[in-house]
Design a protein around this ligand. Structure first.
Ligand code: ADP
Ligand code: MG
Length: 384
């Protein structure tokens, strides 16, 4: 067990890392953050911010010398960085698990090899692969294998010709072509798994996206109890097969009433923000606990919750002239949110608001998820 006041290492300085820092501080730990951005939200909250690239080995040596164990908030940390750090200190989750989650070809091949339900797909490395792709993959979605997020690096294609054009627009980068499913809705399971293989799943959340970015999460999801149980079982199976230690997010599609795994995130997940306000232990505290070899906390929710992401768009008033097409910049009227007594606001302290950038979120708590949703949507309308 790693006990306070040990120093923990966090690779990545975004909001997920920031919540980890806050959770670790509450338990008595110190945190060093490694991130190349001098204004990273987690770096600002950390005890020390090593402002360096992920493959800066001199910085990694310093990091390994100063930290008792290291984790990540960002799936695109190079696998080589994790392998290098693992020579000196525990790295959780392991490099292989992160490597699978950061490459859509490896991820979907892992699902197929383990008999886990997923949308039909083909790995695409050349135009010839697209010419050979089965007709069941059209209409489909072409996704770059690496570095896609928030719907970026994706093209919806109805025909082979469109897929070839999209592949060329992605500069012939390795991709997957995935069958387009008719979605009833989307859900996710966030869980934590410890060294001994014990897992704790948080309640299943239902996720609504807008423009490819998570917009609203509702927990518990509307699925039947039986389907929520199956989603949790599938997520636990994935974590076990990955030999995973830490907090893991698993996204699912529900199509014609059936579950399909969409993708995995080897870190806390945006749809698990609600656990900070609604659960006995948050997804970030579980990450600290799993990293340090502490027993996992209770993942039970004491309330239903609705989380709303606050994107940079609401800092702009498109009806007023500004320096560019986004309109005039102004601080949203937060008093509208403070007026709602069952709403918890979280702002990440990011330096610049940009359209599409995740700047903060809020969570509304109510015994009844439908009431929480109504309050959340009204609160958003009041500031938007
Ligand atoms: P990201 O890394 O951007 O989250 P995803 O693969 O999760 O990428 O895709 C983003 C969103 O696009 C999904 O949450 C879903 O709404 C939609 N989508 C992705 N793949 C499919 C698919 N095969 N069928 C239907 N909708 C999809
Ligand atoms: Mg996704």
């Amino acid at each position: 067990m790693i006990l306070p006041p040990a120093t923990l290492g966090m690779l990545g300085g975004g909001q997920l890392g920031r919540f980890f820092v806050l959770a670790a501080h509450e338990l008595g730990y110190k945190v060093w953050v490694l991130d190349p951005d001098p204004n990273s939200p987690a770096g600002k909250a950390a005890d020390r911010h090593l402002c360096a690239e992920y493959d800066d080995f001199a910085a990694l040596d310093q990091f390994a010398a100063g930290c008792a164990a290291v984790t990540t908030e960002f799936e695109n940390v190079p696998a080589g960085t994790l392998e290098y750090l693992a020579k000196f200190i525990p790295v959780r989750p392991n490099a292989d698990a992160v490597g699978i989650c950061q490459n859509r070809v490896a991820e979907k091949s892992f699902l197929r090899a383990n008999g886990i339900p997923h949308a039909a797909f083909a790995a695409i490395n050349s135009v010839a692969d697209l010419e050979a792709a089965g007709t069941e993959l059209f209409p489909g979605i072409l996704k770059v294998a690496r570095f896609g997020y928030d719907g970026k690096g994706q093209a919806r294609v109805t025909s082979r010709e469109e897929a070839i054009a999209a592949f060329q627009a992605f500069k012939n980068e390795p991709c997957v072509l995935e069958q387009m499913l008719k979605l009833d809705y989307e859900v996710s399971v966030v869980l934590a798994r410890d060294e001994q293989g014990h897992t704790k799943c948080f309640p299943v959340a239902e996720n609504q996206h807008s423009g490819g970015i998570l917009d609203v999460s509702i927990a518990p999801a509307r699925s039947s109890a039986c389907q929520r149980d199956s989603a949790q079982e599938i997520a636990e199976h994935i974590a076990a097969k990955l030999g995973y230690i830490g907090t893991l997010g698993v996204e699912f599609f529900v199509s014609h009433g059936e579950l399909y795994v969409n993708e995995m995130a080897p870190r806390p997940h945006n749809s698990g923000h609600y656990t900070v306000d609604a659960c006995v232990t948050s997804q970030y505290e579980q990450q600290v606990r799993a990293l340090c070899g502490l027993p996992l906390g209770d993942a039970r929710a004491h309330s239903a919750a609705v989380m709303v992401n606050l994107l940079g768009d609401i800092w702009y008033d498109a009806s007023q002239p500004g320096p560019d097409a986004h309109g005039a910049y102004r601080e949203p009227d937060w008093s509208k949110l403070y007026a709602v007594s069952n709403l918890k606001l979280h702002l990440y302290g990011k330096h610049h608001a940009r359209p599409g950038r995740k700047m903060g979120h809020f969570t509304v708590l109510d015994a009844d998820p439908a009431k929480a949703l109504a309050v959340a949507l009204a609160a958003r309308a009041a500031i938007g």
